[in-house]
Design a protein around this ligand. Structure first.
Ligand SMILES: Cc1cc2nc3c(=O)[nH]c(=O)nc-3n(C[C@H](O)[C@H](O)[C@H](O)COP(=O)(O)OP(=O)(O)OC[C@H]3O[C@@H](n4cnc5c(N)ncnc54)[C@H](O)[C@@H]3O)c2cc1C
Length: 461
């Protein structure tokens, strides 16, 4: 006789939770509990000026295959498209300059390309080769990316290259982000190279041919719903899980209001929510993990989408703005040129605002933010086409900050949660904020809870 399938509840309907649900297809009865009114978390699409535009993530790395694989499993594999291979620019010393090729998140591996880009001042550029002659870096302890890069290559490389590139991914500051967690590809090469530039060269290896990113026509925001359908899971929207209780047979989740609580019982639970709600839910069952989760800070960001009349201004796919340039806009993507899927007579452009610690910028109202972005665009690009429509989306607590020591923190959280049979955590708080990384964490969490299912022990509690 075959054993009945376990009941697994996935808390959080972002891509981590949905990837877990899909992984469990056919192996468990799965319910996804999502507090919002739609699935997808930070991956969602909406209409601006009648055109579908991603409000959060719009592209996923192909090199880390979990995103592409999930799209294939959800039946969208044939629809994946690649962005146009346009040149990306960096606003540096008042001018747009091509982003130098051959860097690892801004850490230069090719000094000739760095010089050609003219991103650094003559003094800043002259400082970089000192790295090749000074005693080796051999970093064993985790340090901040900014500290290492400033020590080896000078402060200008941090401010004008690494900070804007890392800031593009984490909305964070290089001086606070962990080398081991945010640039893991450099860790091994650093141990065997005497120079950071040489380590970056090693880490780059031979770049694989073909497009780097993938997206979907109509927006990457289509992916979550397709994954949910493919998983066959029962989805309950507008359902916030408020507490997690261990029972002799598994887990009880508390939903509903404090006045009228309701309960969902499960053999196993995947917690695929950001660090703050995960900490709240783990407070009683895994207090040490909850304390560690409570120490993970988040950066808030806003995406200002503009639809403008006429063809895209400027050239290339967009530009990054280092904080030292003094603008509020952090990055601009020429979305219509990047994806090419919009009518020719309008420009769709996404500007991103909000660096870690600068949340005050996000407190301006929508109209003010749109006005500010338009002013700064004109400053950088000259006059732009008249505004047809706009949309401002604020992502409060959008991106976790992997501070120095993050990997140890995650090891401790996983060790504590691993003591509890039928419980696992997943999502952007742990092993990478990119779409493929959160998908992998969801799939691994699903596999972990299945492995331990049946491990509940009535006698030990
Ligand atoms: C503006 C922006 C742009 C980005 N661009 C890219 C990009 O282009 N490429 C890329 O790879 N990555 C990008 N990222 C990062 C990536 O989108 C996210 O890291 C990833 O989508 C997070 O997925 P997740 O499932 O871990 O969490 P989330 O998407 O945050 O999902 C968690 C879900 O849990 C729900 N939830 C929370 N608490 C509870 C509770 N108590 N009960 C029930 N449900 C709950 C939330 O409502 C949410 O839906 C971007 C992020 C942002 C903010």
């Amino acid at each position: 006789m075959t054993a009945p399938l376990p009941n697994v509840v996935v808390v959080g309907g972002g891509l981590a939770g949905l990837a877990a649900a899909l992984e469990l297809r056919g192996r468990a009865h799965v319910t996804v509990l999502e507090s919002g009114s739609r699935l997808g978390g930070k991956v969602r699409v909406s209409d601006v000026g009648g055109l579908p535009v991603d409000e959060g993530a719009d592209a996923m790395l192909r090199r880390v295959p979990h995103g592409v694989r999930l799209a294939q499993d959800a039946g969208l594999g044939d629809e994946l498209v690649s962005p146009a291979a346009g040149q990306a620019f960096l606003l540096s010393r008042g001018e747009l300059r091509p982003l130098p090729s051959g860097t690892v998140m801004g850490v230069p591996a090719d000094l000739a390309a760095l010089a050609r880009s003219e991103v650094l001042s003559a003094a800043g550029l002259a400082r970089v080769p000192l790295d090749l002659v000074r005693p080796g870096p051999a970093t064993v302890e985790d340090v901040s990316v900014g500290e290492l890069v400033a020590r080896r290559l000078g402060r200008e490389v941090v401010e004008r290259l690494v900070d804007p590139l890392l800031g593009g991914v984490y909305a964070g500051r290089a001086d606070l982000l962990s080398l081991q967690a945010t640039l893991p590809q450099l860790v091994e090469p650093l141990a065997r190279n005497r120079s950071l530039v040489l380590a970056a060269r090693d880490a780059r290896g031979t770049p694989s041919p073909g497009p780097v990113f993938a997206g979907l026509p109509g927006g990457l925001g289509r992916l979550p719903q397709a994954v949910a359908v493919a998983s066959g899971a029962q989805v309950r929207l507008r359902t916030t899980v408020r507490a997690l209780i261990r029972t002799p047979d598994g887990w009880r989740l508390v939903i509903g209001s404090a006045a009228e609580p309701a309960y969902v019982d499960a053999d196993a639970v995947v917690l695929a929510v950001p660090a703050a709600p995960a900490a709240r839910l783990l407070r009683d069952v895994a207090p040490h993990a909850a304390a560690d989760l409570g120490g993970i800070d988040y950066a808030s960001v806003a995406i200002v989408t503009l639809v403008l009349a006429g063809p895209p201004p400027g050239e290339g796919s967009g530009y990054l703005v280092p904080a030292v340039e003094g603008l509020t806009t952090k990055a601009v993507t020429f979305t219509s040129r990047k994806w090419g899927a919009y009518p020719g007579d309008v420009t769709v452009l996404r500007a991103s605002i909000g660096r870690y610690g600068e949340e005050v910028d996000l407190q301006r109202d929508d109209a003010e933010l749109v006005e500010l972005v338009l002013e700064e665009l004109a400053l950088v690009l000259g006059p732009v086409g008249p505004l047809v429509d706009s949309r401002v989306v604020r992502w409060g607590g959008g991106l976790p900050q992997y501070a120095v020591g993050h990997l140890d923190r995650v090891l401790r959280i996983r060790a504590a949660v691993g003591q509890l049979p039928g419980l696992a955590v997943a999502g952007a708080a742990y092993d990478g904020v990119g779409v493929p990384a959160v998908i992998r964490s969801g799939r691994e969490a699903a596999a972990a809870v299945l492995l331990h299912n049946g491990g509940h022990d009535r006698d030990t509690r």
